[in-house]
Unconditional design. Structure first.
Length: 418
């Protein structure tokens, strides 16, 4: 009886249950339709209240035709109402059109009034530290601290390391070990004072971008604990979010932007390979989330981060500015292969498309499946892709160090030889 009642209510597809995504319980569900996997969806459609009763907000016995419609003489309409386009069906239709090559238009800007500035003060809770791992020379904990300074959530970084697999994890550790030997001060908490020109440039950028599509985080004297944060009004209009949501998400971590694990990893490595530059420029994808956590439309953005230091080289503030790019502008910027960031270099190494239009269409599939470490480790094809990514990082390390500088992996192999 319990099984029958459950089937009457509908059963989410196995893919949505596995990734803990809200399922529409249609056949196919909206998530599988969005990913182009309609044939693989095993959701069971739930027999719910008829469309006419839901629209009128009256009680329905969930039969076909229902008792309410029979009393009102609209049995035929009740039987056909499930096939009419309701709110959920409209979303599925728009998703199918998007996968066919049409990008969903961005939603309208919220009509809620924005204050000129949004500001929040943080508590005094220090960042969580990890115990040093003797196998990797204790570099993972400083790596997480440094990437937290760059604005990433340390919980996401830990999850990434725990699910990326042994081959890719070893390549990351080899890269960190070799860079630590090549640049001894790379993971120091206290940096050397930047030049006066760089400091003046960072200060001017901090003031000029503060009121636009940006947010600024001010750090305490040790450069590890965030003191307060200011969010510009333009950022909310760009991301189509309400003021409270912008502030709540940015309070959790500066770069809480949904992206795939592979793109997230490449962004971190790009940042670490330029540790002395107070200005960082990124080209990436972002994906909006609904209030219940579901992925919505994607955008191509140019993200610039400016860090301001005091006379002693301690981090004072970091300002992050976003600019949405059209696919045509994205293609024009990345026409020269020499200017590609690590993620686009990796996609070309794997033989994948890097055009702006294709990057938008494949973003949500990349987040959930094609570039999700936990999913890739569940199949032989996925593990083979992770090994190719590890080969790319090893090749990247050889180019950085040059032939005269042995990598950490080659040093360990040499020490094992008699």
């Amino acid at each position: 009886m319990a099984i029958l009642m459950r089937r009457d209510e509908g059963i989410a597809c196995s893919r949505c249950r596995k990734h803990k995504i809200k399922c529409s319980k249609m056949k196919p569900c909206c998530t599988c339709s969005r990913m182009g996997l309609e044939d693989q969806c095993d959701a069971i459609f739930g027999v719910s209240a008829c469309w006419l009763c839901r629209r009128s907000k009256i009680k329905c016995d969930k039969k076909r035709p229902c008792g309410t419609c029979m009393k009102k003489g609209r049995s035929k309409e009740c039987l056909s109402s499930d096939h009419e386009t309701g709110p959920m069906e409209e979303d599925a239709v728009s998703v199918k059109q998007e996968d066919a090559g049409t990008v969903r238009p961005r939603i309208e800007t919220p009509n809620r009034p924005w204050p000129l500035r949004l500001e929040m003060e943080f508590g005094t809770v220090p960042p969580r530290m990890l115990e040093p791992d003797e196998k990797d020379g204790g570099l993972i904990s400083p790596l997480i601290v440094r990437t937290s300074q760059l604005g990433y959530d340390h919980t996401s970084i830990l999850y990434m390391f725990n699910t990326m697999g042994e081959d890719l994890s070893n390549s990351i550790k080899n890269l960190m070990t070799s860079l630590a030997n090549y640049r001894p001060n790379m993971f120091n908490q206290k940096t050397s004072p930047p030049s006066s020109l760089l400091m003046a440039r960072s200060e001017s950028c901090d003031v000029g971008n503060a009121a636009e599509n940006s947010w600024t985080v001010y750090w305490k004297a040790n450069g590890l604990i965030r003191e307060r944060m200011k969010v510009g009004s333009g950022l909310g209009h760009m991301l189509k979010r309400n003021p409270e949501e912008i502030l709540a998400r940015a309070a959790r971590c500066e770069q809480e932007i949904p992206s795939s694990d592979v793109e997230f990893m490449c962004m971190i490595l790009d940042d670490l390979l330029t540790p002395a530059d107070p200005q960082l420029l990124r080209y990436q994808r972002i994906c909006r989330r609904s209030t219940d956590g579901r992925l919505e439309e994607s955008s191509l953005i140019r993200s610039s981060s400016t860090r301001r230091y005091d006379d002693n080289g301690r981090l004072v503030s970091s300002t992050h500015t976003l600019e949405i790019l059209e696919p045509e502008e994205w293609d024009r910027i990345h026409a020269n292969s020499k200017d590609l960031k690590m993620y686009l270099q990796l996609r070309r190494f794997l033989g994948e498309e890097t055009s702006g239009e294709q990057m938008l269409l494949s973003h949500r599939r990349d987040i959930l499946f094609d570039e999700h470490f936990a999913t890739l480790n569940q199949s032989a094809e996925g593990r083979n892709k992770l090994r190719k990514i590890a080969d790319f990082l090893n090749h990247k390390l050889e180019l950085i160090l040059g032939p005269s500088q042995p990598s950490a992996a080659s040093q360990r192999q040499g020490s094992r030889c008699p």
